[in-house]
Design a protein around this ligand. Structure first.
Ligand code: AMP
Ligand code: GLY
Length: 427
């Protein structure tokens, strides 16, 4: 099978790594890819992924049999629709289904209509500032204010007081810090509990869940400081017991897939369920229309079988639930970032120490670039150093990841020291 993978992050390096293991694979192309994916397939840097016609002609030229779309933006822009209209098989939802991530107002209304557990909420447009202020005056704090549109993981403000919340309102509606993404907002109840991520791979009707994971969204140890795209993840997350995962399937995944179909927005791809495990049971914090980053790096490191077959069968509408399996093992992925992230940071520093790592280590590249045969930093999240314990021993996996990180160096390297500690403390 000739496969085109769209994207360039750590998630796409992990997807490429897993696809490369498939016996069904002929050629793998990554658009645009990164220096990590270049070792697994051919990076295509001469096409603009936003130019749908160019992507389609490339697919024709190379006899592409499956297109896998990694990031949310091309999905929300309708790349999957365009390619399907031109008879290509695609893993990833159409534009109407990608709205589950693209517009939080859509996903919250969907959950309310179909009784899918989530935080209580209200929605406001930028011309309803007074109504929003009134609502806040009788709100319980903390509360959470979210931009409706895509904001690269930064569109969420947790407000501890009425003053915080009025400031947030001003920032979003008057100063327009989120631009068009903040034309509408959600004000929602603050949920208390531990977070977990579950990926449901679906053909729109049938689904399988991959092993659970837990992300670490804040920049600082012990979940302090600003929100980021994710500073590390581990899988499986012991907090997601068999009982909880059954409940998530029954109360969240099945009703959501049914609801999407009923609404004429059949969802084909990876439904990312960002959950809060509350005392009242699991509730949805957010849905994403794609694999999570960096959870994918940990989750894919511990599944066996033919991942490409899984994605292809979903794209055909005939999910092969037995294509992959999890039979034990644990993985910890620690993100090595550039100091300053998620705000401004410098780029272009040479990275050393990635070679000669132990066989349990996979270094997924994210914000990197190759210049004159050297790999240099090129983004906020630079590497996802991932360590695997075949025996499902998170502690060993964590130790392995930090041991590997000790050998890696670039100027301004920063990483959290406590990835997986929450699970280890529970044990
Ligand atoms: P989101 O982009 O919606 O996943 O939000 C980013 C992060 O903000 C989440 O991972 C949570 O840590 C936090 N968050 C979002 N919504 C809530 C909520 N209703 N209650 C508590 N924390 C939240
Ligand atoms: N790790 C969070 C996300 O992918 O949205």
């Amino acid at each position: 099978m000739n496969v085109l993978l769209i994207g360039s992050g750590g998630r796409e390096h992990a997807l490429a790594y897993k696809i490369k293991q498939s016996k069904k694979l002929n050629n793998l192309y990554i658009l645009p890819g990164n220096p990590g994916t270049k070792t697994l397939g051919e990076n295509i840097t001469y096409i603009n992924p936003n130019d749908f016609n160019a992507v389609e002609s490339f697919c024709k030229d190379k006899n592409i049999e499956l297109v896998i779309i990694g990031p949310e933006q091309p999905l929300v822009n309708g790349l999957a629709d365009f390619l399907r209209q031109n008879n290509f098989k695609v893993f990833g939802p159409n534009k109407a289904a990608a709205e589950i991530e693209g517009h939080k107002t859509f996903s919250k209304r969907l959950m309310a209509k179909y009784n899918i557990p989530t935080a209580d909420f209200a929605e406001f447009s930028s011309n309803e500032i007074e109504r929003a202020k009134n609502y806040l005056s009788s709100c319980k704090f903390p509360c959470v204010i979210k931009a409706d549109g895509l904001a690269a993981g930064k569109g969420v403000i947790i407000c501890n007081s009425i003053t915080d919340s009025l400031n947030a309102l001003d920032e979003i509606f008057v100063k327009k810090i989120f631009g068009q993404a903040g034309e509408k907002i959600i004000i929602e109840e603050f949920l208390i509990g531990e977070e977990a991520s579950i990926f449901a791979i679906t053909d729109g009707t049938n689904f399988i869940c991959l092993p659970s994971a837990q992300d670490h969204k804040r920049i600082g140890d012990n979940d302090t400081g600003k929100n980021t795209g994710g500073m590390g993840a581990y899988s499986p997350a012991p907090i997601v017991t068999k009982e909880i995962s059954n409940e998530v399937e029954k109360k969240i995944i099945i009703p959501t897939l049914n609801a999407m179909e009923l609404e004429g927005r059949k969802f084909v791809g990876c439904l990312y369920c960002g959950l809060m495990l509350t005392s009242e049971g699991p509730k949805v914090v957010e849905f994403n229309c794609r694999f999570g980053d960096p959870e994918t790096q940990a989750v894919l490191s511990i599944i066996e079988g033919d991942f490409l077959e899984l994605l292809y069968s979903a794209s055909e509408g005939k999910l092969n639930k037995n294509a992959v399996k999890y039979s034990g093992g644990a993985a910890v992925c620690v993100v090595a970032a550039s100091k300053g992230y998620p705000d401004s940071f410098e780029k272009g520093y040479e990275i050393s120490g990635m070679e000669n790592q132990s066989e349990n280590i996979i270094i997924f590249q994210a914000g990197t670039r190759e210049i004159e045969n050297k790999i240099v930093t090129n983004g906020g999240r630079v590497l996802g150093v991932t360590s695997i314990s075949k025996k499902n021993d998170l502690e060993t996996a964590k130790r392995g990841a930090y041991y590997a990180l000790n050998k890696i160096y670039f100027k301004d390297i920063y990483f959290r020291r406590d990835i997986a500690d929450k699970a280890l403390k529970r044990n």
